[in-house]
Design a binder for this molecule. Structure first.
Ligand code: SF4
Ligand code: SF4
Length: 446
């Protein structure tokens, strides 16, 4: 069995080997071989980019289904802040919560509440820990954390050692349900309504600490089920329970708006995140205190399991956040910073190195450089690797051959054709050709 869990999988039946996905993967985790895409498990960060770009819907995200909540005596829904932006303004967060209860959950605990509390914890951490390397990087987006593990392990010490709002929400919700119902913690099922596959993987195989959440259900699936029952809900007596500060986390820039201290930078979209991380590696952003980084363009409203157009969701969430600036909801969360700290550091997962042994890795690097210089440099992807450099690295590791390059293959075919033509022109003297010493014609004896 694989040591990695991944929410993002390939549907082999649908894959046509078109190579569209290989160039978009931020960790070069996809190869096309024998007409099908293959995901290199140790490299995949479950960012969902390949799901977005596959024209054949051959990349899918595996999530828990709604029936999973029946395995528990008591089930809690944790809607992500971005969930509220999916609905028209008249369907307020409180009405959405009522819908989730009607759908079968026993209670609802908004992650936005925890986001507000985590914002305070980040603010305190930034003010107290001034000697920590700058900028500190948000730990909220699991795809970004995994990107750092795989591609930027030297930046791991920059990841703020605080857990995400989803984890705090899961922990506080379970503790509260245990107190209220008397059910044991294992009888209580906590389910995150997820905008993305990265959060599913974070729940199933967390990077470091264990997760306080039991499952992750696709936001799109829940949204479809909710809309079907909204008309029959009694929503007369609902008062606002979710604050604008926490809701803001669902879109790019919202986390920084909630932190409000120091010099803050926000970046969204995995390839833009990579540019900023490269700049941090070069030591160019030490004047920044904190980096909010989200793999999806626009933040979680741009996640690939989100049903609504992200531009529409962004406007709705902005309006919602502004209309709820006065709702204060963080009183049930502990104030001590310790409560929010990770127990274990995020480990490195340097899956891009050419060999474990440094001497061998160096040798392979030199060899790969030579091969790159001989390849056409077109990065066409026809070889099934994302770039000429990636093909060269695959070759030195024994995963590919030079003949995978169609230009190399054409060159060799031409060479072979020329040799065949040359050979065809040669006839032994016994077959009627006028004899002369071969050396007089500049030929070798053959
Ligand atoms: S989910 Fe992201 S990292 Fe994984 S294969 Fe797809 S594009 Fe690459
Ligand atoms: S930005 Fe949000 S939706 Fe996108 S991968 Fe990160 S956590 Fe998931």
């Amino acid at each position: 069995m694989s040591e990695y869990f991944h929410s993002v999988r390939l549907d082999e039946e649908k894959c046509k080997g078109c190579t569209n996905c290989i160039k978009h993967c931020p960790t070069e985790a996809i190869r096309v071989r024998k007409g099908r895409a293959r995901i290199i498990e140790e490299r995949c960060i479950d960012c969902g980019e390949c799901i977005r770009v596959c024209p054949n819907q051959a990349k899918v995200a595996i999530t828990d289904d709604l029936d999973s909540i029946k395995k528990y005596r008591y089930s809690i829904a944790l809607p992500a802040p971005s969930f509220y932006g999916q609905f028209k303004p008249e369907l307020t967060p409180e009405i959405v919560h009522a819908g989730l209860i009607a759908l079968g959950f026993d209670s609802v605990f908004p992650v936005a509440l925890a986001a507000e509390a985590v914002s305070r914890a980040i603010r305190n951490y930034l003010e107290q820990q001034r000697e920590r390397p700058r900028p500190l990087i948000s730990s909220a987006c699991p795809a970004v954390v995994r990107l750092v593990q795989v591609r930027f392990p030297s930046l791991l010490e920059h990841i703020i050692p605080l857990v995400s709002p989803m984890e705090i929400a899961g922990r506080v919700a379970r503790e509260a349900a245990h107190r209220q119902t008397g059910f044991g913690p294992e009888e209580i099922g906590v389910f995150f309504l997820t905008p993305c596959p990265a959060k599913v993987t974070e729940v199933k195989q967390p990077a470091g600490d264990s997760s306080s959440v039991d499952g992750a259900i696709s936001m799109s699936v829940v949204y479809g089920n909710l809309l079907r029952m909204m008309d029959n809900l009694n929503t007369a007596s609902l008062s606002p329970v979710v604050s604008g500060i926490g809701i803001g986390w669902g879109r790019a820039g919202g986390e920084n708006e909630a932190i409000k201290t120091g010099s803050l930078l926000a970046v969204d979209g995995i390839h833009c995140v990579i540019s900023v991380l490269e700049e941090i590696e070069r030591g160019g952003l030490e004047d920044i205190d904190y980096l909010e980084a989200q793999a999806c363009t626009g933040g979680c409203i741009g996640g690939c399991l989100v049903p609504q157009n992200p531009f529409v969701a962004r406007v709705r969430m902005g309006n919602l956040a502004r209309s709820r600036q006065r709702v204060e909801s963080g009183h049930m969360f502990p104030a001590e910073l310790d409560y929010y700290c990770r127990k274990s550091p995020v480990p490195a997962r340097p899956a891009l190195k050419l060999a474990d042994d440094p001497a061998l890795a160096l040798m392979r690097l030199e060899e790969a450089e030579k091969i790159v210089a001989e390849l056409p440099g077109l990065d066409c992807g026809s070889c099934g690797s994302p770039s000429c450099r990636a093909l060269a690295e695959d070759i030195v590791q024994g995963y590919a051959r030079r003949s995978y390059c169609i230009f190399e293959l054409r060159r060799r075919l031409q060479q072979l054709a020329e040799e065949i033509v040359e050979l065809a022109q040669k006839q032994p003297p016994a077959m009627g050709r006028e004899w002369s010493p071969a050396r007089d014609e500049g030929e070798e004896h053959d």
